[in-house]
Design a protein around this ligand. Structure first.
Ligand SMILES: NC(=O)c1ccc[n+]([C@@H]2O[C@H](COP(=O)([O-])OP(=O)(O)OC[C@H]3O[C@@H](n4cnc5c(N)ncnc54)[C@H](O)[C@@H]3O)[C@@H](O)[C@H]2O)c1
Length: 281
């Protein structure tokens, strides 16, 4: 029997992007599920799907797990309202480390706070079905891994929480238990400050080739194919870059990258980025 049987789970912000994805994966499971949402527009979309909206003040005190799927800039305000309502021993789950890292997440002393972030399906994932190929975000058909951290409270709550988190982001292959600080080094620094930034750089580079008169389809074909081979060589060492390519890489770094770019990993820079993201003064 699952440790979640007879549990009560509430999602705050159930009509948002993550709230919708998580609700879709938790509806119909062996526990009681409550969906809380404030926005009139989201409530209408949910009732159109025959979903029942519940009142946060009524369901949170009954809940074993409360999932905060609200934007990070509202986590402080919403957790201040939610935490005093939570019963002793309950678990508060947030979906991003920023608020916990920046001490913006309010947690009742008798509860446990856990952060769980999806890794998204790996670029190297072996996919077999059309559904897996279409599921770039994860949580539908493509397997992904998840990072989990106990922010505050009772570590023994982790096992049950991981069972729930594996359903929230299903299909999940593996959960990596790390610290909140380590998770913040991964997101934002590794995956947003660097990886997503590089993604936008690629898009802008594609636009530059268009301005130079290169046919768009040819440029896209070269870029998309080379993204795959560049990542396979750089990250997996499938085969070496050619000598000429290594020269182009070094010249590219000299022209584009600041020599001290790795300071984005320093705590001071991470704190600054998170303060900006949370719009803290
Ligand atoms: N969007 C992503 O790709 C993504 C990926 C991983 C993690 N996350 C994390 O998930 C969390 C939610 O982000 P999102 O992008 O889904 O946000 P979102 O803006 O799409 O949705 C947030 C929802 O919360 C609702 N809400 C706000 N205050 C509320 C309250 N007091 N009571 C009930 N509902 C309330 C809003 O109406 C909205 O429907 C954040 O912590 C974010 O960092 C997001």
């Amino acid at each position: 029997m699952s440790s979640l049987t007879n549990c009560t789970v509430s999602i705050i912000g159930a009509g948002g992007k993550m709230g919708t994805r998580i609700s879709n994966n938790l509806i119909g499971k062996e526990f009681s599920l409550n969906l809380c949402e404030k926005s009139e527009e989201k409530i209408k979309a949910m009732t159109d799907r025959n979903l029942t909206i519940t009142v946060m003040e009524e369901v949170v005190p009954l809940s074993d797990f409360v999932i905060l799927a609200v934007p990070d800039i509202y986590i402080h305000k919403v957790s201040k309202e939610v935490s005093p309502l939570m019963k002793d021993g309950a678990v508060l789950i947030t979906l991003d480390p920023a608020a916990a890292y920046a001490d913006q997440l309010v947690v009742n002393d008798h509860c446990t706070s856990i952060v769980a972030h999806p890794c998204h399906p790996s670029i190297f994932l072996e996919k077999y079905t059309k559904e897996e190929y279409e599921d770039a975000f994860g949580g539908v058909a493509a397997r992904q891994e998840v990072v989990v951290a106990v922010h505050k409270g009772d570590e023994s709550k982790l096992e049950g929480a991981i069972e729930l988190i594996s359903l929230m982001y299903a299909p999940v292959e593996k959960c990596h238990v790390i610290t909140v600080e380590q998770m913040a080094i991964l997101e934002p620094t590794l995956v947003e400050t660097i990886t997503c930034m590089v993604g936008t750089l690629l898009k802008e580079s594609l636009e530059e080739t268009k301005k130079l008169g290169v046919p768009e389809e040819a440029a896209k074909a070269m870029l998309y194919g080379h993204i795959q081979i560049a990542l396979s060589v750089a990250l997996k060492g499938t085969n070496p870059f050619s000598d000429a390519c290594m020269i182009a890489i070094e010249l590219g770094k000299e022209a584009i990258i600041k020599p001290d770019w790795k300071k984005v990993f320093e705590k001071e820079n991470l704190d600054y980025t998170i303060h900006k993201m949370l719009k803290l003064s």
